[in-house]
Design a protein around this ligand. Structure first.
Ligand code: GTP
Ligand code: MG
Length: 195
């Protein structure tokens, strides 16, 4: 599933814009700035396929990328940053809900959590949405290069307890660094193993 090149397909702002559901799909959700776009770049071995930036809320559309002929990687808009106008937030939430509950080819969601911060209330909300949408999800800790072992273990304990409340959650937690490459091959093989 992970053979071949990646290409940006399109950014989608409404359900009517979704590409035809003609292949498997995985999506990446997480708070703004958690590292979704960077992770997609690391997974696909590209530097700037998905735009990564320091400006929170940079990715405001649902962005579709191909990975070879049989897979879509989907970069979801980041949630939970301050200063977003309520109207914008509401629009995203609606689109996100529609996408998560209505996309038949969506095989798994990856919920990215900053390895320094653990699960926040907004993450819990998304996880609840995934539960009710019956989308199985797996938690990916990002920016592992930024935490020391002791702190990391504390966060892992918090995340493990947090996931236990969610029926759609996989128990396995992935520790990744888009910067250093940790966990990227593992994540790739998990995605490649989906059917
Ligand atoms: P939005 O599109 O705004 O929702 O953000 P995003 O989740 O796509 O985050 P993005 O990939 O743009 O990364 C945000 C910032 O974190 C950038 O400055 C990245 O360089 C940095 N970053 C991402 N992943 C890592 C990582 O593994 N390690 C370190 N040290 N920095 C990272
Ligand atoms: Mg992004």
């Amino acid at each position: 599933l992970f053979a071949g090149a990646s290409e940006f397909v399109k950014g989608v702002v409404a359900m009517s814009g979704l590409p035809a559901p003609d292949r498997l799909e995985v999506c990446f959700a997480g708070r703004s700035n958690v590292g979704k776009s960077s992770l997609i770049n690391a997974l696909t071995g590209t530097k700037a396929l998905a735009r990564a930036s320091n400006t929170p809320g940079r990715t405001q559309e649902i962005n579709f990328f191909t990975q070879g002929p049989d897979l879509y990687l989907v970069d979801l808009p980041g949630y939970g940053y301050a200063n977003a106008p309520l109207k914008v937030v509401e629009k995203w939430q609606k689109l996100l809900k529609q996408y998560l509950s209505g996309r038949q080819t969506l095989r798994r969601a990856f919920v990215l959590i900053d390895a320094r911060h653990g699960i926040k209330p907004v993450d819990d909300e998304i996880m609840r949405l995934l539960d009710t949408s019956a989308v199985t999800f797996q938690c990916v800790l990002t920016k592992a290069d930024k935490v020391k072992a002791a702190e990391r273990d504390k966060i892992l304990t918090q995340v493990r307890a947090g996931l236990a409340k969610h029926p759609a959650a996989f128990p396995e937690i992935l520790l990744t660094s888009a910067e250093k490459g940790d966990g990227i091959a593992t994540l790739r093989s998990i995605i490649a193993g989906l059917e």
